[in-house]
Ligand binder design. Structure first.
Ligand SMILES: *Cc1c(COP(=O)(O)O)cnc(C)c1O
Length: 453
């Protein structure tokens, strides 16, 4: 293992996030009020999110948004994160490609999620909010927001997808360690939860349902806001610290990426590594390829429809223009919990529609094979989510070998997998399988969407 690290100083932590929307050739379509079908403005989001997050969400004019000093101070706990030339993996693959990864697994909670949890909690605190709610799939976002809430003195309630609550008890313990209250979703504590439990008593939960529960609690509790860990523009905005740092580090390495890859749940880490580089494509300076790697069992980018849909199961959110499998899509019990979301954020959906980014779907077994190879080459055990990006990077590196041509590949290591070893155990025991979503299931799930696009 002779991998090479490129390290920045604290002073190199970006002072502004990059907002891609002003630079997009086609802007994303607006969010719509489900009742009136009229576009929403920032004030419409104030009951739900902090005012600053709401304004960032709908900001289509400022390319750079200042990072508050208090947030940068918290970022200093673990940022800047290393960029690593994965020489160990390159050797195992015997590829002429140069493979780099940005290591977001070094955050205290083990993933990139803290990059957005901190500003979201900070903006709530700043406007005098006392309580926040959220949902979590595998527990990564819940863990990040638990830490951030505690840092700014907020009380947090987390609805955790039931299957993860049971399969991943340690993430629940982490949230509890930071002082959050964790509830398995669906639960009897909300109308949305009670409805789905009554109709499907054995339902193991989904992110869509957990979001409904968290939104319902926030809307019915005074001085309480809701925070989302992916999908939305302001979340992707916060994650651009990843790509902005990586830009400087690639410069230190003396190379520029030909291909940039991120795994894809709702889009935040993919956006975070990609958007700062994508702006150079927009300027006509570069011709970098961007690949979002999603699980074969939850293929919204490769098989979803581009349509207005709800962000949650119960239909509490605004209508979002998204590549979607339908808001009541129930993903198979795959082990990359963080990728089990039915839709893609509005910005990435538009970029995909305009063919400015690519997408691949990765079978579960390929993702674990890639994770294992990466661990043996680089020493880091990746999160099952991140393993999808690694698998896509390995596909590209193998292509380079076949073509006898080197390329520079950069992927985002969104998190480590040390709390996901139960999933690895099942992989080694041969208990995991691939799962393709039948086309008619997708057609059925999306048939009821109103066709506005
Ligand atoms: C949540 C999560 C993801 C997926 O979410 P995105 O918003 O698409 O980035 C990927 N990797 C890890 C480690 C996660 O925790």
């Amino acid at each position: 293992m002779d991998s090479k690290k490129f390290l920045l100083q604290e002073r190199d932590i970006p002072t502004a996030w990059y907002n891609i929307i002003p630079d997009m050739p086609n802007k994303p379509r607006p969010y719509l009020n489900p009742a009136t079908k009229q576009p929403l403005n920032a004030e419409d989001f104030f009951p739900l999110f902090s005012e600053e997050a709401s304004r960032q969400e709908l900001n289509t004019t400022d390319s750079w948004i200042e990072i508050p000093e208090e947030v940068r101070d918290m970022y200093k706990i673990w940022r800047p994160t290393p960029l690593v030339r994965a020489r160990g993996l390159e050797k195992l693959l015997d590829t002429p490609a140069h493979i780099y990864f940005k290591n977001e697994s070094v955050s205290p909670v083990g993933s990139h999620k803290l990059n957005s949890a901190i500003p979201q909690a900070y903006y709530c605190k700043k406007q005098g909010v006392t309580n926040i709610t959220t949902e979590t799939g595998a527990g990564q976002w819940g863990a990040a927001l638990s830490l951030a809430a505690k840092a700014f003195g907020l009380e947090l309630a987390v609805y955790m997808v039931k299957i993860s609550y049971n399969q991943k008890p340690y993430r629940r313990s982490i949230m509890q360690t930071y002082g959050a209250e964790v509830i398995a979703s669906p639960s009897m504590s909300t109308k949305a939860g009670r409805k789905i439990i009554t109709e499907h008593p054995n339902y193991q939960g989904s992110l869509g349902t957990a979001i409904s529960e968290a939104v319902e609690l926030a809307m019915s509790t005074p001085n309480c806001k809701y925070a989302l860990g992916s999908v939305l523009n302001h979340v992707s905005l916060h994650q651009t610290v990843i790509g902005l740092e990586a830009e400087k580090q690639m410069e230190m390495a003396g190379e520029y990426p030909d291909v940039i890859i991120g795994c894809f749940g709702g889009g935040s880490n993919f956006s975070g590594i990609s958007f700062p580089f994508l702006r150079h494509n927009f300027e006509g300076k570069t011709n970098t390829r961007f690949i979002a790697a999603e699980p074969e069992s939850c293929p919204k980018l490769t098989k979803g429809v581009f349509q207005y849909d709800f962000g949650d199961e119960a239909g509490y959110t605004p209508l979002i223009p998204m590549l979607t499998l339908g808001h009541n899509f129930a993903p198979a019990n795959i082990h990359a919990g963080g990728l089990r979301y039915h839709g893609a954020g509005a910005v990435v959906s538009q970029l995909r529609e305009d063919n400015l980014v690519e997408a691949v779907d990765i079978p579960q077994l390929e993702s674990f094979a890639a994770a294992t190879l990466f661990a043996r080459g680089e020493g880091i055990i990746p999160a099952p989510e991140s393993a999808h990006a690694i698998a896509a990077a390995i596909r590209e590196a193998k292509k380079c070998k076949e073509e006898g041509k080197g390329k520079v590949i950069l992927f985002n290591l969104s998190g480590h997998g040390l709390i996901d070893m139960a999933s690895y155990d099942r992989y080694f025991a041969g208990d995991l399988a691939n799962y393709t979503v039948p086309d008619d299931e997708i057609a059925n799930n999306t048939a009821s969407l109103e066709h506005i696009i």
